[in-house]
Design a protein around this ligand. Sequence first.
Ligand code: NAP
Ligand code: MG
Length: 493
Amino acid sequence: MAGSGKNDVRSYRNFINGQWVGGTADETFPVYDPSTEEVIARVAVASSASVDRAVNAARTAFETGPWPQTTPQDRGRLLFKLADKIRQNAALLAELEARNTGKPIVEAEYDIADTATCFEYYGGLANKIMGQVLPVPANALSFTMKEPVGVAGQIIPWNYPLMMAAWKLAPALAAGCTCVLKPAEQTPITAMEMAGWFEEIGLPPGVVNIINGMGETTGAALVAHPGVDKIAFTGSAAVGKIIVKSAADTLKRVTLELGGKSPNIFFADADWEASVDGALFGVFINQGEVCSAGSRILVEKKIYSKFVEAMVEKAKRIKLGAPLERDTKMGPLVSKEQYDRVSSYLEIGKKEARVAIGGGRAKQFGKGYYVEPTIFCDVNNNARIAREEIFGPVATVIPFDGEADAIRIANDTPYGLAAAVWTRDIYKAFRVVKAVRAGIVWVNHMQPTYVEAPWGGYKQSGFGRELGPWGLEEYLETKQVFVNLDETPIGWY
Ligand code: NAP
Ligand code: MG
């Protein structure tokens, strides 16, 4: 199906019940290359009737047909096959991902490898889903069974398009669920390419449906649909709140991963070179379009000025460029909308703090949504640029005075996704680890994420966990079975 040549405008329909749905007559929307601002694909919008069709297909596939009869081992094998397809097509997928998101090709290659690893991990877990026997009195037997939660509606963002699809689909399929996935309107391409392999690997029709369109319409219809048992969402806190309200009407299970304003804490005794590197990497990787971006850089007062200076010197050397060039370290932001949003925060920041470097458009590019890596210093933690998620290459550097002050500032945020602490003092490091309210705390690093380890937020960064066995658990119900072993009547009446 999909697109034709490299430079042609690709076209995609929706993938529903094993078929490509929505022809030329359907409304379509454009998808862009943010470095050239050119249209690179057109995608059919899934109307509410198409959403209904997709959910019904997933419902039918969950209840009848081959999927409920597929053994856990075979579900695992399907995931391994999908991972193989992804690895075989990694170069193409990475190129498409880089062109569509604007991220550097080298980062896109890591993303695609991680995507395959995620399918492999859950392929391995599919036949390790087990219940427990419970210690009830001797005249009874009680045990638990783990069962799939049902039809999962999955809504994902544009920053790691295919990887986010894997974080959602892989545990759901391992659990035996069926899925309706909605990619972000900005970045549907790689998920649709992947859908092209479902038939070949033997995934039965209706088990995974991928629909496209705007969040406010297509996404909202999916969330409201009574045939959906669970919604898994990654995106903004604002949309997360809308989703929880809508899902309440049918009491769907909901898991949310909503980003944050994560503190990256540097004590004076930390390794200097590693720290300066880690501060920049924590906030500028993927153009800062990362839910766990270390966008509040907390630096101990006695090293503050020198640290900002060193960050600025190193930030000057960050190579901005076209996403497909291998030495590019930062590409354009994903869309005009995101560029405008980040630009408006740059203006807010200029009124709230001092610009140490950057602060505007990267002017060497005639087109494309390029923003300079920007460091605001002398930032007060009450400033909007320190409280609100910007989701771009914008760092706020905040001074602190001692460990208690660092912990107080770190926790003074509505979010709680991630944090990092840099020090050579292990006592101090672990005290901070315990005191900070966040779903992940790195020590002397920031951002590495492994599929084996849990991912998710405290506070307004959401609820539920992805990855590892925790991510699988979110797609399972627990059934308790009680067996009476005593043949005498109850004798109550
Ligand atoms: P967003 O609106 O939260 O979008 C995330 C996903 O939700 C997309 O698939 C979107 O669809 C969908 N969506 C939007 N409104 C919906 C609704 N009412 N019902 C159901 N689904 C809905 O995020 P964004 O507008 O792309 O970015 C805005 C801000 O969100 C960013 O600046 C950043 O702060 C935050 N964000 C966070 C993450 C994260 O990883 N935590 C990721 C991306 C963005 P469409 O794209 O088709 O509209
Ligand atoms: Mg949107």
